[in-house]
Ligand binder design. Structure first.
Ligand code: APR
Length: 245
């Protein structure tokens, strides 16, 4: 049994990990914390931008009222991300995709660090900071690290907005349905670095649990989901997940 200060991976979890056929992983901002990406909550704080709580600046209402201000916030976050690298948690999760018969990675993160670590077919529930979308024809455009983002739709010429799910908006239905389908058929579910208060993402481990999966939470803090989990590994994802390798 491998240990790190303050917790150990149980024999049961180790055995289930070794014998699992279908593994489902849901990640949140905490999985990127050790890469230097600020989380939104946790540690008792919430992110604020120019005096505005992040859920105000990151909202559909703000897109209608002041799109340039929304871009300013996402440009700031994108610039932060440019120099950041995946951490051992991202790297370990990427390794798992070839280890199990069926593997699903669902993230609430928009930072693209899972993909940079080599994860394929990542279900991005909340979109990506590395894409823009036309407000009229909905065409999507990639935003490249070393280039200025396009300032208008190259198809219809209308304004572009971040291709991110903002507060007050619904998730892309196909992404959530696909994630829920996989959650309902997994035998082992990891919940890594999420405060588990934003729905419907936080309902995915509940779906997995109802379907009989073994649920393991990785977080330095307890969350509203902790009581539902079979096992909680109280620590930082970048230290905990490599222990499974
Ligand atoms: N390893 C694992 N977990 C960590 C680490 C770490 N190194 N550092 C912090 N955490 C945990 C915190 O304890 C907290 O529970 O990660 C969680 C981060 O929570 P939030 O900041 O609320 O992020 P998340 O759950 O992803 O938020 C969900 O809300 O703001 C919206 O759209 C945004 O996708 C986001 C959604």
């Amino acid at each position: 049994m491998q240990t790190i200060r303050g917790f150990s991976i149980s024999q049961e979890l180790r055995e289930r990990f070794l014998s699992a056929k279908s593994v489902f992983v849901l990640t949140g901002a905490g999985v990127s914390a050790e890469s230097g990406v600020p989380t939104f909550r946790g540690g008792g704080n919430t992110a604020v931008w120019k005096g505005m709580p992040f859920d105000v600046i990151s909202s559909a209402r703000m897109v209608e009222r002041n799109l340039p201000a929304v871009w300013e916030w996402f440009d700031y976050r994108r610039n932060l991300l440019k120099s950041l690298q995946p951490n051992p948690a991202h790297v370990e999760i990427a390794r798992w995709q070839d280890r199990f018969e069926n593997f699903t990675l669902v993230t609430q993160n928009i930072d693209g660090l899972h993909q940079e670590a080599g994860s394929r077919n990542v279900i991005e529930l909340h979109g990506s900071i590395w894409r823009a979308r036309c407000v009229t024809c909905q065409v999507r455009f990639n935003i490249l690290k070393d280039e200025a983002r396009p300032d208008a739709c190259l198809d219809c010429g209308d304004s572009l907005r971040p291709d991110v799910v903002l507060f007050g908006e619904l998730l892309p239905p196909d992404a959530f349905e696909h994630a829920a389908e996989e959650a309902a058929h997994c035998d082992l579910c990891f919940v890594v670095g999420t405060s588990a208060i934003v729905y419907p993402a936080a309902s995915l481990p509940e779906i997995a649990r109802t379907a009989g999966a073994y649920i393991c939470e990785v977080n330095p803090e307890r969350t509203p989901l902790s009581n539902l989990c079979n096992e909680m590994l109280t620590g930082n994802a970048g230290e905990v997940l490599p222990l499974f390798g």
